[in-house]
Design a binder for this molecule. Structure first.
Ligand code: FES
Length: 106
């Protein structure tokens, strides 16, 4: 099963196994990663599933949708590498990649 590494707000690195086709939110919640609140349950309407990707992800993802980009504008300390975990669908290309959970979700 492919895996990614998730650094939680306490700087703890956690290996997260995922099934291709699920979202970062689904995989990290199943693995018990702290700090991703996901208050809207994955509906792209809260920005409390803010994660920050590394440059290794470049070229493996489509650009954020207009709705995701709009919600990211409300995320605390948003960066150009910020994404909403509920909107990023994982595939086999993402095996071995790293991301960080935003230290503050609001
Ligand atoms: S869970 Fe609310 S925007 Fe992702």
């Amino acid at each position: 099963m492919p895996q990614l590494t998730c650094v939680d707000p306490n700087e703890q690195a956690i290996n997260v196994a995922f099934e291709p086709g699920e979202t970062i939110l689904q995989a990290t919640h199943r693995a018990g990663v702290d700090g991703i609140l996901a208050e809207c349950g994955g509906g792209c309407s809260c920005a409390t599933c803010h994660v920050i990707l590394t440059s290794d992800w470049e070229g493996t993802l489509d650009a954020p949708s207009l709705q995701e980009a709009d919600m990211l504008s409300f995320a605390v300390d948003s960066t150009p590498q910020s994404r909403l975990a509920c909107q990023v669908q994982l595939n086999g290309q993402h095996d071995g990649l790293t991301l960080a959970v935003a230290k503050r979700q609001y």
